[in-house]
Design a binder for this molecule. Structure first.
Ligand SMILES: [Zn+2]
Length: 269
């Protein structure tokens, strides 16, 4: 069984402030350690359950957060950014049996995390697909689905776990914190690791019993709406083929091929 792990930081245990996820801040050092440990436990559990390949995409900010010296032998880590349309899912096109998300967080326009955003916290007010606000989880889940790879588990804040369950009812979710206003209430770092271990164990066993339980279908027709933080960004985006400017700050784009959305988002936004 080949497992692809996409790891973010705003959804790990404890983190509640930008100073804790920006690598030029003193507060970042402990969150980097916690992120590493959360990824480490996923990798160890996967290998213990006889995964034959485990790759980790370090998918936060610089893509250089996870301390690889702490990861078990047999794990590959994809660091920094290839600069391709798959972004946080780069490499998933190589073919994996299952995807696990760690440290994922509520998306743009959500009240579920003080750090809620989708892909860029300053460029977009929101991104919608067929009228639904799009989180990084949703965007990346459809990317995995495009390569026929099920998403078997997600760890992160309560809001993104709830969203994941509604999109993929059989996914295993591990909510390590819940957020309200500008605060969060969190498990201890170690308790989060135990909960993640148990979740990943359940997810891998579930996959082996029914490999299709977490399959996600992609809609035949998709309409995307992106509301930018300023009119200049929307003005530029309208020149990508197929993009329509629908008001000063908002564009829409229709497609029946999810990859074309990823390509548009990569080049126009
Ligand atoms: Zn993120």
């Amino acid at each position: 069984m080949k497992i692809y792990i996409s790891s973010d930081m705003e959804g790990i245990a404890g983190v509640v402030n930008w100073n804790e996820v920006n690598n030029d801040q003193a507060d970042y050092q402990w969150s980097k350690q916690q992120m590493t440990k959360e990824v480490q436990v996923v990798c160890e559990t996967a290998l213990e359950l006889s995964a034959t390949k485990v790759i980790v995409k370090d998918a936060h900010d610089s893509g250089r957060n996870i301390n690889i010296t702490e990861l078990p032998n047999g794990v590959l880590t994809h660091r920094a950014w290839t600069r391709d349309p798959l972004v946080m899912m780069s490499g998933v096109e190589d073919g994996y049996d299952a995807v696990v998300f760690t440290g994922y967080h509520a998306g743009a326009y959500s009240a579920g995390n003080p750090l809620a955003h989708t892909m860029n916290s300053t460029a977009y007010r929101y991104i919608k697909m067929n009228g639904v606000y799009m989180s990084e989880f949703m965007m990346n889940a459809y990317t995995a689905a495009y390569y026929k790879t099920p998403i078997i588990a997600i760890t992160g804040d309560q809001a993104i776990c709830d969203e994941a369950k509604s999109l993929i009812p059989n996914i295993v979710t591990v909510a390590v914190k819940s957020c309200k206003g500008s605060a969060c209430t969190t498990m201890s770092g170690n308790e989060a690791l135990l909960a993640i271990e148990e979740g990943v164990r359940t997810a891998i066993k579930g996959y082996r019993e029914n490999p299709k339980a977490c399959a996600l279908g992609i809609p035949d027709k998709m309409t995307f709406e992106i509301s930018f933080a300023n009119a200049g960004l929307a003005y530029k985006a309208q020149f990508y083929p197929g993009v329509k400017l629908i008001d000063n700050c908002t564009i829409s784009y229709e497609t029946d091929d999810y990859y074309e959305f990823l390509r548009m988002f990569f080049y126009a936004c």
